[in-house]
Design a protein around this ligand. Structure first.
Ligand SMILES: Nc1ncnc2c1ncn2[C@@H]1O[C@H](COP(=O)(O)OP(=O)(O)O)[C@@H](O)[C@H]1O
Ligand SMILES: [Mg+2]
Length: 278
């Protein structure tokens, strides 16, 4: 067994003339939360789609447990234990919590000559799977559309874990959530780690990544800025690297310039009034 469950070596991905990823090195260990951070357009989604079997790398090597691998479909990545939870979650709002939990992998029982969905057993399993992740389901037969955004994220994660994921990839799971719901999702991430899974958490929010992350890989315009252990890098340093320190400095001086122009304008417009009063 390799030290790393997933490893990318100098992986590049091009879309025509667009360089979405260039020479990315990344290693993921079991039992860690590996955060993938970067601004919009940095290449985060392209990178995880490469891990999840949606894209084939244009160049470079992809190793699964030390073996060179090439997934030709998301299904083959899933069969190898790599489960991805995308932002749209692939849930059906009008179907029940349990039905969504088992979607595509229905639990059946025999009923005379037929096979039917085993609702009672499925309800029990779905509730237990969710309870283990700290989610209390009022009624597993309620439509999933009645759950909050955070609960739906947690359900999608619990489902992946229940069906045997070894590596869990989460694409911006907290992007559309408020503070409390984000905290709930991050708790579920910590629980998945405690169960020994590898979690790859994609986000552009350092404040969400830092409390749960063990290591951080930073992407900037398709290039990796490196992978950092939490003990080696502070939240502020990550923010600085992500935003590009110079860009923030440029913004600050631009804002100062605006403020200066504003005060000049105000003093010009105030002068005639002052003269009139005199
Ligand atoms: N299917 C595609 N065809 C062409 N360009 C793409 C495609 N997917 C992504 N890109 C480009 O690759 C770059 C990285 O995109 P993406 O991986 O979605 O970034 P992120 O998820 O970090 O916001 C962007 O410039 C984007 O326009
Ligand atoms: Mg994206």
């Amino acid at each position: 067994m390799s030290e790393f469950i997933l490893e990318l070596k100098k992986v590049s991905r091009y879309f025509g003339s667009v360089i979405a990823l260039k020479d990315i090195d990344m290693q993921v260990k079991m039992g860690e939360v590996h955060c993938l951070l970067g601004d919009n357009g940095a290449g985060k989604s392209t990178l995880i789609k490469t891990l999840a079997g949606v894209h084939v790398p244009s160049e470079g090597e992809f190793l699964l447990d030390g073996q060179p691998t090439c997934f030709n479909s998301p299904r083959s990545a899933l069969d190898a234990g790599i489960a991805t939870v995308y932002q749209d979650l692939a849930l059906v709002p009008l179907m029940s919590v349990t039905r969504n939990f088992f979607m595509g992998r229905e639990l059946t029982k025999k009923w005379g000559p037929f096979k039917v969905f085993d609702t009672k057993e499925a309800n029990k399993i779905a509730c237990a799977g969710l309870a283990e992740m700290g989610i209390d389901v009022r009624d597993p037969e309620h439509a999933i559309g009645t759950m909050s955004g955070g609960e739906k994220q947690c359900l999608a994660i619990a489902r992946a874990i229940h069906f045997g994921a070894k590596v869990l990839i989460l694409d911006e799971p907290t992007a559309a959530l408020g503070v409390k719901q984000s905290a709930n999702v991050l708790k579920v991430v910590a629980k998945a780690k405690a169960k020994g899974l590898a979690v790859i958490l994609i986000t552009h929010n350092v404040h969400h990544a830092y409390p749960v992350g063990d290591r951080f890989t930073l992407l900037n315009r398709g290039h990796s800025l490196g992978t950092f252990l939490k003990s080696d890098v502070s939240r502020e340093e990550i923010l600085e690297m992500m935003a590009g320190g110079q860009e923030l400095e440029a913004l600050e001086s631009e804002l100062e310039e605006f403020a200066r122009l504003d005060s000049v304008k105000n003093s010009v417009t105030q002068e005639p009034e002052a003269a009139a009063i005199a």
